[in-house]
Design a protein around this ligand. Structure first.
Ligand code: MLT
Length: 400
C-alpha cells in the first residue's frame, strides 16, 4: 500500500496566504456589500513596464515564425542574453556575479523550496523567526531539524549569529519579509564569517533588494567579502518589476561554493544544483525571459524605478498614519512591508479580525510568520495609492 510523506501531516493545514484568502472570502460572502482593501499578500498592483511588455510581444511574435521559433533552451538555465543582463545588473551596484553562476527560474519561491534537494536531510536548518513560511515548510516537508534565531523588538528584528548554536543551513532574508528590517554590511559580515567558520551555507533571499534606500544596506550578500564560499542568493522580478503573474527570477550558486561529501571529497554545490535542475526543470518561457531582460535595460530600469517609488510613497502614507496613532512599527524604509505592533496588546489574529470587520482592511497576522510575529502585523505598500490612503483613514477612525 502506498505510504505518504507523513511530514506533510505535521504542517499547518493550509499555507498562510491560502488561510487568509479563505477567511476574507468567507467574510465577503457574508457581507457582499463590504468594500475590502487588500494589504495582505505582497502582490503588486501596477502593470508591467512598457519596455518589458514590448519585449515580451516581440518574443511572442518570434515564437510564431519558423526562423525565430524556439523550442527547449539547451541548458534550461536561462538564455545567455538574460543571464548576462542579470550579471550586468549586479555590476551596476558593484557586485561581480558571472553569468555562468546564474540560473533563471520562474520566481524565487520555487527555488527557495527546491534548493533543499541538494542538501542531506540530516542538516540542522536555522531560520530567523519571524520568516517567510516557505523556508520552514520546505524543510519540514523533508523532515529536517529546524531551529530558530529570534528576530524581535530587542534586536531590531535583526537576528545575529550565536557561536554556541551550530547550524548547517541558514536562511536570511534582507530586506526582510515580513519585518521590513534590513541587515547592514557589518551585520551580514558577521553571518558570512560564522558560515565560513562553521562550514555552513547561507540561503540568502534578496527578493526585496530594489527597495533599499540606505547606502549601508547591501543589495546582495556578494557585496560581503567571503560570501561566495558560503552563500546561495535568490532574487525575483515579482516585486521589483511586477512579475508576480509573469513568474521570473534567478538563483546564484557561485563556482567557489563547495561542500564535503561523507567520503571527504569536495563537492561543487553549483554542479549539484545544475544536476537537480537538469532533471526537474525545463526553464522559463522565451517571451517571459525577453521581458525580464528588458527590465535590466536602462529604459526598463527607469520605468520600474517609477513603480517602486509609487510603492515607497504608499509606505510613507502607512508610516505617517501609524506615527499619528502612536503605533510602533519597523520597515517601509528599505522595504515594501510595514511591520506594526498590534495596538492595545492585541494578538495578531485578533487584530486581523478587528481590521477586517471594522475597517474592511486585510493585512497579514504576524503570528503566521512564526512565534515572534505574535502581537505584530504586516501591511504591504503594494496597493493602489488612493486605496492605501483610504485604508489608513479607516484605520485611524477605528483606532482613534
Ligand atoms: C508575501 O506576501 O509574503 C509574498 O508575496 C509571498 C511571495 O512572494 O510568495
Amino acid at each position: 500500500m502506498v505510504k505518504v510523506n507523513e511530514n506533510y501531516l505535521k504542517l499547518e493545514k493550509n499555507y498562510l496566504f491560502i488561510n487568509i484568502a479563505k477567511k476574507v472570502n468567507a467574510y465577503k460572502a457574508a457581507h457582499p456589500e463590504a468594500d475590502i482593501i487588500r494589504m495582505g499578500i505582497g502582490d503588486v498592483t501596477l502593470p508591467i513596464c512598457k519596455a518589458a511588455v514590448d519585449a515580451m510581444k516581440k518574443g511572442a511574435d518570434e515564437m510564431g515564425v519558423k526562423e525565430t521559433f524556439k523550442g527547449y533552451e539547451d541548458s534550461g538555465a536561462g538564455y545567455d542574453f538574460l543571464r548576462e543582463a542579470v550579471s550586468g545588473y549586479y555590476k551596476s551596484f558593484g557586485v561581480d556575479v558571472p553569468a555562468d553562476d546564474i540560473r533563471i527560474n520562474d520566481g524565487a519561491k520555487a527555488d527557495c523550496g527546491n534548493i533543499v534537494d541538494i542538501f542531506g536531510d540530516d542538516n540542522t536548518i536555522l531560520i530567523t523567526d519571524p520568516a517567510y513560511p516557505v523556508y520552514v515548510d520546505s524543510n519540514r516537508m523533508s523532515g529536517r531539524k529546524v531551529i530558530f534565531a529570534d528576530s524581535d523588538e530587542s534586536n531590531g528584528f535583526a537576528a545575529m549569529p550565536d557561536e554556541n548554536v551550530k547550524a548547517d543551513i541558514i536562511y536570511l532574508c534582507s530586506p526582510n519579509n515580513p519585518t521590513g528590517s534590513a541587515y547592514t554590511k557589518a551585520q551580514l559580515k558577521e553571518w558570512v564569517d560564522y558560515a565560513n567558520k562553521n562550514g555552513s551555507v547561507i540561503i540568502y533571499d534578496a527578493a526585496y533588494e530594489a527597495f533599499i534606500t540606505e547606502d549601508d544596506i547591501p543589495r546582495s550578500i556578494y557585496a560581503i567579502e567571503g560570501a561566495k564560499t558560503c552563500a546561495i542568493e535568490m532574487c525575483s522580478l515579482s516585486k521589483t518589476a511586477g512579475f508576480t503573474g509573469m513568474r521570473c527570477g534567478y538563483t546564484v550558486v557561485p563556482e567557489e561554493l563547495k561542500a564535503k561529501a561523507s567520503d571527504g571529497s569536495e563537492v561543487s554545490l553549483k554542479q549539484l544544483w545544475n544536476r537537480r535542475e537538469g532533471s526537474k526543470f525545463n526553464g522559463v518561457s522565451y517571451p517571459v525571459q525577453c521581458a525580464a531582460a528588458a527590465v535590466f535595460t536602462p529604459e526598463g530600469q527607469q520605468q520600474i524605478k517609477v513603480n517602486i517609488e509609487y510603492y515607497q510613497n504608499n509606505a510613507k502614507t502607512i508610516a505617517a498614519a501609524l506615527d499619528e496613532l502612536g503605533i510602533k512599527y519597523t520597515g517601509g524604509k528599505n522595504s515594501p512591508y510595514i511591520w506594526l505592533k498590534c495596538p492595545n496588546g492585541m494578538g495578531s489574529w485578533e487584530f486581523f479580525d478587528l481590521l477586517l470587520e471594522k475597517a474592511n482592511v486585510v493585512g497579514t497576522p504576524g503570528a503566521g510568520f512564526g512565534k515572534n510575529g505574535e502581537g505584530w502585523f504586516r501591511l504591504t505598500s503594494f496597493g493602489d495609492k488612493d486605496r492605501t490612503v483610504e485604508a489608513m483613514e479607516r484605520l485611524k477612525k477605528i483606532l482613534a
